[in-house]
Design a protein around this ligand. Structure first.
Ligand code: ACO
Length: 402
């Protein structure tokens, strides 16, 4: 075939597409989305089936290696992850340097970036064994890092991982447990968090995944590339939306719970007022992940004792928006983040921590994309063009004449 990109480059023409609304940056066989029909599949498997029948470790394997694992493959994968959950003691001390009220996302991205310095034996992008090792290290250590970021923020002692526990259970214990005290983990809570991680595990070329691929295209190692992805996810229009939804709901409650008035302000496009957790670049229909979460939100919140009033406000907001022409015309529906914040909060996580939970879920997707990118012979260093709109040539003027 013809390489259209090369052909166009020769003509000197470039395509201006801010936000890459209509530009594919790569070919990918990982995740399929049909935004109009509200379809999401990982490696061909519908998200609904994975949510109901699989678990996060298995989904991670599926995304990264392309197939569902056999029992033996799954056992080996889980065992390897369990063996690598500890952080180097020096890396543990790293957390002392941050202010106590630091946001956990930059703490997470800094610690992930620091993995490049602690695990120098797994940095080569072209050595499959090393890539496998850094894959396992990331899946194993990022939950430990996240739990330590939490412990640091609340001024509590760190817990070593207990590798007799599963990944999610271990993470919850390191987050909410105390040294030398038994931690009775609630299986419903484990299952709910595992489900949320599955739903966040990949979403093709979103901002953070594209960032991971872009940084990796310069042949930066997996740790460095994932750290960049964490920073992209920190943005309020991306992973930060789940915290923003909760802040929005609390704001509406503080002002007397007047949902109609809030929707009016959104429609009037008051500065900084958006219906957070609504709208999506690709979904122009109900986000299938939001549909699954909504179904389980009542159940989980009922069991965990969530904030019913905020859930009521959320449901009323959704109902009002879905019946309103502004949202109908623009095809704005609830996205994955609309209900997650309420669930995270009921689980006991502080608002600031919600985006970290998103990062934990998205990690296997980032890894899968980095590996696909590095193994794709068509990969080139990411280097977009621009349309220059500045001054044409002019002569330098001395400082006395400006
Ligand atoms: N509330 C109110 N109006 C909205 C919203 C919203 N949440 N989202 C989009 N619109 C409006 C825009 O103002 C625009 O209106 P206009 O045509 O009159 O100018 C129209 O809908 C199209 O919106 P864009 O901003 O062009 O859509 P884009 O694809 O660039 O943005 C985004 C998608 C960022 C998700 C946007 O819908 C948004 O800001 N939503 C709120 C934040 C959010 O929930 N983010 C999470 C995304 S999902 C994720 O990362 C997991």
């Amino acid at each position: 075939g013809i390489d259209l990109g090369k052909l166009l480059a020769k003509t000197g023409y470039v395509t201006l597409d801010p936000g890459f609304v209509n530009t594919a940056s790569c070919s990918s066989a990982i995740t399929y989305i049909d935004g109009d029909a509200g379809i999401l599949r990982y490696r061909g498997y519908p998200i609904e089936q994975l949510a109901e029948r699989s678990n996060f470790i298995e989904v991670s394997y599926l995304l990264i290696y392309g197939e569902l694992p056999t029992q033996a493959q799954l056992d080996e994968f889980s065992a390897k992850i369990s063996r690598h959950t500890l952080l180097h003691e020096d890396l543990k001390r790293f957390f002392d340097g941050f202010p106590r009220d630091a946001h956990p996302m930059p703490v997470l991205s800094s610690a992930v970036s620091a993995l490049s310095t602690f695990y120098q034996d797994s940095l080569s992008p072209f050595d499959d064994k090393q890539v496998d090792m850094s894959t396992i290290r990331l899946l194993a250590k990022v939950p430990t890092i996240a739990a330590y970021a939490y412990k640091k923020s609340v001024g509590q002692p760190f817990l070593y991982p207990d590798n007799s526990l599963g990944l999610v259970e271990n993470f919850l214990r390191m987050t909410f447990g105390f040294p030398a005290e038994p931690y009775d983990v609630d299986p419903d809570l484990v299952r709910a968090l595992d489900l949320l991680f599955i739903l966040h595990a990949d979403h093709e070329q979103n901002c953070s995944t594209s960032t991971v691929r872009m940084v990796g295209s310069a042949e930066a190692n997996l740790f460095a590339s994932i750290s960049a992805g964490v920073n992209a996810l920190f943005g309020p229009l991306h992973g930060g939306a789940n915290s923003a939804v909760l802040e929005m709901l609390e704001g509406i409650r503080a002002e007397g719970g007047d949902v109609a008035n809030f929707v009016r302000r959104v429609k009037n496009k008051e500065k900084g007022v958006r219906l957070m957790g609504f709208g999506h670049r690709v979904y122009k229909n109900y986000d299938p992940r939001a549909a699954i979460i909504k179904k389980t939100a009542d159940e989980i919140l009922g069991k965990l004792g969530g904030d019913d009033h905020l859930l009521e406000i959320a449901k009323k907001l959704e109902e009002t928006a879905l019946a309103d022409d502004y949202f109908i015309e623009r095809k704005l529906y609830p996205n994955v983040d609309f209900y997650t914040g309420l669930i995270y909060r009921a689980m006991g996580f502080p608002t600031k921590f919600f985006t970290v939970l998103f990062a934990l879920g998205r990690l296997p997707g980032w890894i899968a994309h980095w590996r696909e990118m590095i193994n794709d012979p068509a990969t080139k260093i990411g280097r977009p063009r621009q349309v220059y709109t500045g001054e044409t040539q002019r002569d330098y003027t001395g400082i006395d004449h400006r």
